[in-house]
Design a protein around this ligand. Structure first.
Ligand code: CA
Length: 231
């Protein structure tokens, strides 16, 4: 399977140049142009390598690098016009694997990316996926394999149904689901349960994962429509 690369770069010509070279070398490439969009894709997507520009709208590359690194074992390559040693050191301290300054040679960038991919595969002892079956969203960690949930570094017990509901919402971030949809997905059409059980379970999830359940940051109520897991 072709390696998947995410390029977070706001200068369109550079982003397209990078994409063209990676695609020529057999990679699947996604592009995005802002920090917040890059973070969202990086955390949700199944990428083998991420290329990060430092000066980006919304959130800079240092912050991006730090947040991606906290959540994932994925090679991160910085490509930046910043040439100062202090920027490079900061990037490496935040978990970057490499630092390429602009203007750069696209062929060298691809060669470096391949070297990092190989090194990660060797380190992790497997071909792919390079990611743990975990969802990390701010202070919340959902371990899908072990069915465990950690809230701000503390494990919180979940019933099977609560876990299913949380996992479903978290794997479909920023999408609104009505109570009916959630009931059908989690409890099943043939369940004898009552749709009110959705409301009860949402409340329980909030009590478990939200710092302030009355002002939820993860599971938002969209009035008249349903619920949305916000990332
Ligand atoms: Ca930039």
């Amino acid at each position: 399977m072709a390696a998947r690369i995410l390029i977070i770069e706001d200068e369109t010509t550079i982003a397209q140049l990078e994409r063209d070279y990676f695609e020529l070398n057999g990679f699947n490439v996604d592009l995005c142009h802002t920090g917040p969009e890059g973070l969202r894709l990086a955390l949700q997507g199944d990428y083998n390598l991420i290329i990060v520009d430092l000066q980006l709208p919304g959130m800079d590359g240092f912050e991006l690098c730090s947040q991606i690194r906290q959540a994932k074992e994925v090679p991160i390559l910085i490509v930046s016009a910043k040439k100062e040693e202090i920027d490079k050191i900061r990037a490496f301290n935040l978990g970057a694997d490499d630092y390429v300054t602009k203007p750069f040679s696209p062929s060298e960038l691809v060669a470096r990316a391949k070297a990092h991919l190989t090194r990660y595969e060797r380190l992790l002892g497997k071909q792919e996926p390079l990611q743990r079956p975990e969802i990390h969203i701010r202070g919340l960690v959902i371990d899908k394999a072990a069915h465990r949930v950690y809230v701000r570094n503390r494990e919180v017990p979940f019933t099977t149904r609560e876990f299913s509901l949380l996992e479903f919402l978290a794997t479909h971030p920023n999408r609104v689901f009505s109570k009916n949809e959630l009931f059908e997905r989690i409890w099943g059409m043939d369940s004898n349960g009552d749709i009110a059980t959705v409301t009860v379970h949402i409340r329980r999830l909030r009590e478990k994962i939200e710092a302030d359940p009355s002002n939820p940051q993860y599971i938002e109520t969209v009035w008249g429509a349903g619920y949305r897991f916000s990332v």
